[in-house]
Design a protein around this ligand. Structure first.
Ligand SMILES: Cc1cc2nc3c(=O)[nH]c(=O)nc-3n(C[C@H](O)[C@H](O)[C@H](O)COP(=O)(O)O)c2cc1C
Length: 173
């Protein structure tokens, strides 16, 4: 039987970061996992305090032993939000050399549904730096192509906006 908890990975993206944290904190039964860059970026955006008191795990071990939880049925879903272009590329290539990319691989090998919220889904977007200044971002063709490739994976849903992710979570069995 599928587990009742959800594994929520944060990667080192400023875009959709506050929205992702806010959405995750509305839900029960979330275990948070941070990429190494996510730790830094959460601190830069002064959002780390919001996760205090929640189950939270950092990327400290090369073999990502907690990824074994997917095979054990602990998690009914994996969410990666926000998802950097770096993590999207690793996942598409089948790399599993970090906590988040290993979770993605193990969720796939254990038939656990995955939702990702990439930052780079359109050719032009306005983001915010940690000081609150507006920053124009023009994702490259390769960033956009990788997102489309990820969307073609079995069991993987690409959310284009936080609202899409919220609806996916509501529909989870
Ligand atoms: C303030 C800040 C904001 C960033 N925002 C993004 C972003 O929105 N999207 C992205 O792809 N990378 C962003 N990055 C770059 C990633 O953190 C960097 O590529 C990192 O290596 C990603 O590692 P990860 O995918 O393992 O988390 C940002 C970096 C900083 C310092």
């Amino acid at each position: 039987m599928a587990g009742r908890r959800i594994a929520w990975c944060l990667t080192g993206a400023g875009h959709w970061l506050e929205e992702s944290v806010t959405l995750a904190l509305t839900l029960e039964g979330i275990d948070f996992f941070l990429s190494r860059a996510a730790e830094e970026v959460l601190r830069l955006y002064r959002l780390e305090e919001r996760l205090q008191g929640r189950p939270l795990f950092r990327d400290r071990m090369a073999s990502a032993p907690l990824s074994g939880r997917f095979g054990q049925g602990v998690y009914r879903a994996l969410v990666i939000a926000p998802t950097t272009s770096n993590t999207v590329a690793k996942c598409v290539l089948g790399l599993s050399d970090s906590l988040v990319s290993t979770f993605f691989a193990q969720a796939g090998k254990s038939d656990v549904p995955v939702a990702v919220l990439p930052t780079d889904t359109v050719p032009y977007l306005l983001s915010r730096d940690p000081a609150g200044r507006s920053v124009a971002v023009r994702p490259r063709a390769i960033d956009l192509e990788r997102v489309e490739q990820l969307a073609s994976f079995d069991g993987v849903t690409v959310a284009r906006r936080p609202g899409d992710l919220a609806r996916w979570l509501e529909a989870l069995p």
